[in-house]
Design a binder for this molecule. Structure first.
Ligand code: BGP
Length: 476
């Protein structure tokens, strides 16, 4: 059984569900230029122009902007105790750095948060979830410019002043470790950091400088948040994708250990322990990267560590010093090698419930701070028949992950809550399509934008409702 006050809920993100991409004064953000079928974290070509003959799934998405009352009522029907949402930065500051916030955008989230509260749910708000205003890419080259720290402060200060009384849980950046993916990539433009790379750029230099500005902004947000909202809990978040050594060859073990640090824990080390770890300093030396970091930045980072550690968990990978010897595996944000002991989803992601218990123990051991699982879920093709979807595989996946979560709590891990990803079908971040679905609620919309947008309860809807009502007692 889970603790009585355990926050069962779900997580959505503005850019993947709201639509209404130009409504009520919203500015354009990086995700508004993503077409279907693209890898949304990166983009080939660098052109912020919209083509009128192209379909952009996020422009309408699932029209949550207009239907949020209906959607939140459905979440409440399942008994959600929390709902993780994100605020679209470009609704509040259409150009990112405007002098004055857009009142219509602020008002929209007043209504959304009031609706969440109306049902007694705890809102969990992500401040930046892959949706940077485009003007900030054009003017500052994204987070490479330290002026972004002040730009971000104006945004966070506005949110805290407006919603601070209603919102206790805040997450600063979604999956901040996704940044590191763009070092090796060859794409011209990175959506997480808003960097436009030129061929001659030292990509590691730009990415790690951007990371430093984001770490400083995160600490600044914690400082400001605590000042303005003494009871608030402000968290950091990563995509946590543990890598296992493909074999017990010590070379594989060491390579895995290093990759886990570089691609995952480094980011939590800085935000949670308040300093750059020794191994990262050496990595910078090896790469010939020099980050501009002032004494004040480092002091800010040291004195304003996050209150809780949050993460998305979908899968695990394996790693080897000799990767050419093994089959490759796709993954969320990162890819790696396949694990012969695990099953795989139709989208090629491993299914590893025990890996979640392992992750919870690992992170609690390392940071000694409350944890929050803010995304977990099973992306699948769903078929609507007789106004429902029989999604037994999803139920099995969630059941098994919740059982392992329960065991981790019994292991002694301090866990605030658990959010499934995409409790209502929404545009996939990785594929840019609708056909990869996660929801308890089916949305009638296909990859080309056809459909009534009507909502239907899947089989998993009643299943999750019972899990929450019995506080996990119905899990098998
Ligand atoms: C995470 C993102 C989410 C979400 C999820 C599922 O990385 O934080 O925005 O989309 O992954 O990924 P996908 O949609 O690619 O299946």
């Amino acid at each position: 059984m889970f603790p009585q006050n355990f926050l069962f809920g779900g997580a959505i993100a503005a850019n993947q569900c709201e639509g209404a991409y130009l409504e009520d004064g919203k500015g354009l953000s990086v995700d508004d230029f993503l077409t279907g079928g693209t890898t949304s974290s990166r983009k080939d070509g660098f052109s912020f122009t919209l083509d009128e003959n192209t379909y952009y799934p996020r422009h309408i998405a699932i029209d949550h902007y207009h239907r949020f009352r209906e959607d939140i009522a459905l979440f409440a029907e399942m008994g959600f105790r929390c709902l993780r949402i994100s605020i679209a930065w470009s609704r509040i500051f259409p150009n990112g750095d405007d002098e004055v916030p857009n009142e219509a955008g602020l008002k929209h989230y007043d209504e959304v948060i009031a609706e969440i509260r109306k049902y007694g749910m705890e809102p969990v708000v992500t401040i930046s979830h892959f949706e940077m205003p485009v003007a900030l890419v054009e003017k500052y080259n994204g987070w490479t410019d330290r002026r972004m720290i002040a730009v971000f402060r104006r945004y966070t200060e506005t949110l805290f002043a407006r919603y601070g009384k209603q919102v206790k849980y805040w997450i600063v950046f979604n999956e901040i470790n996704a940044n590191v993916n763009d070092i090796k990539g060859h794409h011209e433009y990175a959506i997480h950091t808003g960097i436009h790379f030129r061929p001659e750029d030292n990509r590691a230099q730009l990415v790690y400088q951007a990371c430093h500005h984001m770490f400083t902004a995160c600490a600044d947000t914690v400082r400001l948040g605590h000042e303005m909202m003494p009871d608030a809990m402000i968290g950091g978040m990563v995509a946590f994708i543990p890598r296992y050594p493909r074999t017990c060859d010590p070379d594989d073990v060491l390579k895995t250990f290093e990759d886990n640090r570089k691609k995952g824990v480094l980011f939590l080390d800085v935000m949670s322990k308040g300093k750059y770890p020794y191994y990262f300093e050496k990595e910078l030396e090896r790469l010939g990267v020099h980050i501009e970091r002032s004494e004040e930045d480092l002091k800010l980072i040291a004195e304003n560590t996050i209150d809780f550690v949050s993460f998305s968990y979908y899968m695990t990978l394996t790693d080897s010093a000799h990767p050419e010897k093994y089959d490759k595996s796709d993954g969320n944000v990162f890819s790696g090698l396949r694990n012969p002991y695990l099953k795989y989803s139709k989208f090629g992601w491993s299914v590893d419930p025990v890996g979640l218990r392992y992750s919870l123990n690992w992170l609690y051991d390392r940071y000694d701070k409350p944890l929050f699982i803010v995304e977990n879920g099973y992306g699948d093709y769903d078929t609507l028949e007789n106004d429902t979807v029989i999604d037994d595989e999803r139920i099995q996946y969630l059941n098994d992950h919740l059982k392992e979560t329960e065991k981790a709590i019994q292991d002694g891990v301090d866990l605030i809550g658990y959010c499934t990803w995409g409790p209502i079908d929404l545009v996939s971040a990785g594929t840019g399509d609708m056909e990869k679905r996660y929801g308890f609620i089916y949305v009638d919309l296909d990859n080309s934008g056809k459909g009534t947008l009507q909502r239907y309860r899947k089989k998993s809807f009643d299943w999750y409702k019972e899990v929450i009502a019995t506080n996990g007692g119905s899990l098998r």
